[in-house]
Design a protein around this ligand. Structure first.
Ligand code: HEM
Ligand code: HEM
Length: 191
């Protein structure tokens, strides 16, 4: 009688299926900061000018923190192999996940850069206080409110694209987790 266990070959090794602790910490820190930055921008819209400026200063400082963390995340990604997808994932699902992840990196870096440029056109390159701890420099451009308006519009539009992508990303994670019964969210959770 054959006592071998052919199913063992298909078992998904728990340790290999998870992102590293550092990647997990970066993923969730960036996700929370992005949510906070949306909330700050929208909340600021309804405030009197002085309060709006204060909230927007924090929006900019948080956004530049997201930029720094996203660059660290990209560096991690370029130097590490992510854990393999669940073997039951269909090829089109893997392709969609790759496209979503790539667009995320583009937006996690491009969106703060666009905001930085918007600020710099409006202010003529004034520095940005990082919560009173130190200053980020402004980008070296001459004051140009018209370009600031244009960049600000693009910044807002791309923020919506990021939001749509996040909705797709979460829907995908929940589908795999609960409908396809794959161990998806555990890949991005510690423990
Ligand atoms: C991932 C990070 C960021 C997200 C998700 C984000 C999101 C947003 C959103 C949703 C708005 C409101 C747009 C609207 O009301 O139409 C906004 C406005 C703005 N953001 Fe950001 N932002 C980020 C990073 C930054 C950074 C790093 C800066 C500057 C250093 C910045 C500067 C601005 C400015 C100046 C506005 C007002 C634009 C205008 O009045 O036209 N943002 N941002
Ligand atoms: C705006 C917020 C978010 C951003 C920018 C973001 C970004 C990313 C990126 C870029 C990856 C790919 C990691 C890599 O291989 O380099 C990833 C993976 C993942 N994210 Fe998010 N994420 C966000 C929110 C969420 C939320 C709310 C959930 C919860 C359902 C989630 C669950 C996951 C899971 C489970 C993975 C690993 C799955 C896989 O490899 O396909 N993410 N995320």
């Amino acid at each position: 009688m054959d006592t071998s266990t052919p199913t063992a070959a298909r078992t998904y090794p728990a340790a290999a299926a998870r992102y590293t602790g550092g990647a997990i910490l970066l993923h969730w820190t960036i996700a929370v900061l992005i949510a906070v930055n949306f909330a700050a921008a929208w909340y600021a819209n309804g405030l009197p000018r002085a309060d709006r400026m204060q909230v927007m200063t924090n929006h900019k400082a948080i956004g530049l923190t997201i930029l720094v963390l996203s660059l660290a995340r990209l560096a991690w990604r370029l130097t590490h192999r992510p854990p393999p997808f669940d073997p039951t994932l269909k090829p089109w699902e893997k392709t969609l996940a790759h496209i979503t992840h790539t667009l995320f990196y583009v937006l996690m870096i491009g969106l703060p850069l666009g905001g930085w440029l918007t600020h710099s056109y409006f202010s003529g390159g004034k520095p940005i206080s990082a919560f009173g701890l130190f200053n980020y420099p402004g980008l070296p451009v001459a004051r140009n409110p018209a370009l600031g308006e244009t960049m600000g519009g693009l910044h807002g539009t791309f923020a919506w694209v990021l939001l749509a992508l996040a909705a797709l990303h979460v829907a995908g994670a929940l589908k795999h987790q609960f409908f396809d019964r794959q161990r998806e969210i555990q890949r991005m959770l510690p423990g």
